[in-house]
Structure formats: C-alpha cells, structure tokens
Ligand binder design. Structure first.
Ligand SMILES: [Ca+2]
Ligand SMILES: [Ca+2]
Length: 140
C-alpha cells in the first residue's frame, strides 16, 4: 500500500518534468528543415541514427542510445533527488519504446527500426507504446 502511494506520487511528480525536459531535448535536435515534411523526417532520422551509432557498426543498441542521449546526466543515475528520479523515468520510457521499435528483438535497432523509435506514430506496431505513453502523460 505504501509502495503504491509512493509510486503514484512519483509518477505525478516526475511525469510533467520528464515531458518538459524531453521537449527541450527534441527542440535542440530540430534541423533547419520544416518538421513534418517527408524530407525532414527522413533526413532527421538518418542524422539522429548516425549521431547515436557511436561505434559506427550500422546498428544502435540500447546502451549506445542511452550513453549518447543521457550519458551527460550519468551523475544523477543513482541519486534519489528530483533530477535522478525524472532521469530514470525518461530512460525507462525510452527503453520501452526502444524495445518496441526493435521488431526482431535482437536488442539492436537498424536504421529502419530506429525510425520507428523516433517516429512511433507512423508505425502500426508502435501504436501500443504510443498509447501507453499518452496514458502515462494523462494519468498523473
Ligand atoms: Ca552501433
Ligand atoms: Ca533489431
């Protein structure tokens, strides 16, 4: 019971912060192309893929993504302060989405699979995870 209350408070508290931070991260990634155009999506995905494929083997595994996206926040990973909690929340969410995007479940995303990670709303098999994320946002 105590755990349940704690979890509820936790979700309420960090949910909003996580969304706000995530939006800022996404804003920084915008290129000079207009968002929403097919060109933009394509180029944006490729650019981000190259950015996260740090060992340049043409695939991105979860650790690679996590390191290149959240590595700079490493100090917070094991802390219990506010930053540490929202950090974990963002990572958990990304990891769920990453696993859903990895359609052959080999723990690595090809450029195509990574596109589903970046633009889940465009892929049928990502609908569940998009719904879950949306519910997460509302349910707080
Ligand atoms: Ca790689
Ligand atoms: Ca895969």
């Amino acid at each position: 019971m105590i755990l349940k209350v704690f979890l509820l408070l936790f979700v309420c508290y960090v949910g909003f912060a996580a969304v706000a931070k995530k939006d800022r991260v996404l804003d920084q990634k915008l290129s000079d192309k207009e968002p929403g155009s097919p060109d933009y999506d394509h180029e944006d995905s490729n650019k981000q893929f190259l950015q996260h494929d740090t060992n340049k083997d043409g695939k991105i595994d979860w650790e690679e993504y996590k390191e290149s996206t959240y590595g700079f926040m490493k100090d917070h990973e094991n802390s219990d302060d506010e930053d540490g909690l929202s950090y974990k929340k963002m990572i958990d969410r990304d990891q769920s989405r990453f696993n859903a995007a990895d359609s052959d479940q080999n723990k690595e995303c090809t450029p195509d699979e990574f596109k589903a990670f970046l633009h889940p709303e465009e892929f049928d098999h990502m609908k569940d995870i998009v719904t879950r994320e949306t519910l997460d946002d509302i349910d707080k």
